[in-house]
Design a protein around this ligand. Sequence first.
Ligand code: HEM
Length: 400
Amino acid sequence: MSQDAQIDFTDPAFQADPHPVYAQWRRTGPVRRTRLPSGVHAWLITRYEDARRALADPRLSKESAFSIGSSRTANRADGPAAVLSRHMLAVDPPDHTRLRRLVSAAFTVRRIEALRPRIAEITHDLLDALEGRERADLIDAFAFPLPIQVICELLGVPAEDRDAFREWSNVIVAGAQSGDRLEPAIRAMVGYILGQIAQRRAHPGEDLLSGLIQVRDAEDRLTEAELSAMVFLLLIAGHETTVNLIGNGTCLLLRDRDQWERLRADRSLLPTAIEEFLRFEGPVETSTFRVATEDVEIGGVTVPAGDPVVVVLLSANRDEERFSGADQMRLDRTLNAHLAFGHGIHYCLGAPLARLEAQIAFTALLDRHPGLSLAVAPEDLRWRPGQLLRGLEELPVRLL
Ligand code: HEM
C-alpha cells in the first residue's frame, strides 16, 4: 500500500467491516495522514502502544481541536454552536480539571451503583413493551431508549423529547457530512438545552442539572456557556455510545449463537464478556480530534505542529502486538486493557454507568428472551455512517 493511500470512510464495504483495512494500516503505515469524511486531513494512529501514548500526551491539545471535527459552523467564537462547545472533552487543563471535577462525584462507581434498581426497572419496562411481539428492531425498542431514559433522569430533563433529540444528535455527530441539516439541528439543540436550563432554574429539583445551575448561580465556578455545553456533552454521550455497546454486543452474540448459549449458561462470564464487546467491536470508532501544539514524534513519524490527530480506538483494540488472538472474540478474556473508553485525562467519565447499564441489559435479555435470534442475515445488517461511532442502524431480531 502506498504512503498516500486513503481510507474511504463512506464506502459501505468499509463500514460493514473496517477491521481488515485497519489491520493493513497497522502493518504498513500505523501513523498516517488521511482525509476524513468531513474533508479535514488528520493523522490516524492505529497501533495500540502509539494510541495509548497519544491519548495521554499533553502536547496533543483539545483546546484548538474541537471546531475541526464539528465543521466550520461549530466554531467556538460565534454562531449557535458556540453555546455548546466549551465542554470538558473540548478543553485542556486547567479548564478541563475544573469542569470535570464539577460532575465527577455524580459518576463514581458507588453513586452509579445506587442507580441499579431504577435502571433495572427501566430495562424491564422496555422489555415488557415487547411482550407478545415476534419481531422488533432491538436498537429502536431497547438499546437506544434505555441509556437515554437513564441519562435524562440523572440530569433531570424529560425523556419524552428523546425522538427529536435523537434526530438532532445524529445529525450533529455526523458533522459536516450532514450538510444543510447541520445548522438547523444545532439551533434546535441549543434552543432545547437553554429551555431546559431555564425550566430547572425556575423549578429546581434533586437532579444533576439543578446542582450545576446552583454551582453556576451561587458559586460562579461555571460560565453560562460552560453550563449549556456540559448538558450537551452529557446528553450526547448518553445518546450515542451505550446504545452501541448493547447493540454491537447483542449482534456479536447472535451472529455466533454458541457464544449466546455459553453466556446464557454461565453468567459469571458477563463482566469479561462486556469488556470483550468493548474491545472487539467498541461503540466509539475513533477518538475526538487533538492538535499537535509542537512537532510530535509518534511511532517514528513526526506529526507537524498544528496538524490534527485522531486515534483509531477500534484498530488499537485489535492490535495483535497487544492482544493475543486479537481477531477472536473471547468472552472469558482477562488482561483486557482495551482503549474503548479512551485513556488519560479525558478517559470516559460515564464508563461505570455504561458498564452497569450493559450488565443489566444483557442479564435481562438473556433471562427474558433466551431464544432471541437475528431476523436478517448478518451481511444485511447496516452500520451507521461516519468515522466517530461504530454502531448498527437497526438490529432486527426475532423475540420468540
Ligand atoms: C459504552 C459507552 C461509552 C463509550 C464506549 C464511551 C467512550 C468514550 C471515549 C472513547 C471518550 C474519550 C474520547 C477522547 O479522548 O477523544 C469518552 C469521554 C467521555 N465520555 Fe464516554 N463513552 C461511553 C458512555 C458514556 C456515558 C454513558 C457518559 C455520560 C453520561 C459518557 C460521558 C463522557 C464524558 C463526559 C467524556 C469526556 C471526559 C473528559 O473529557 O474528561 N460516556 N467516552
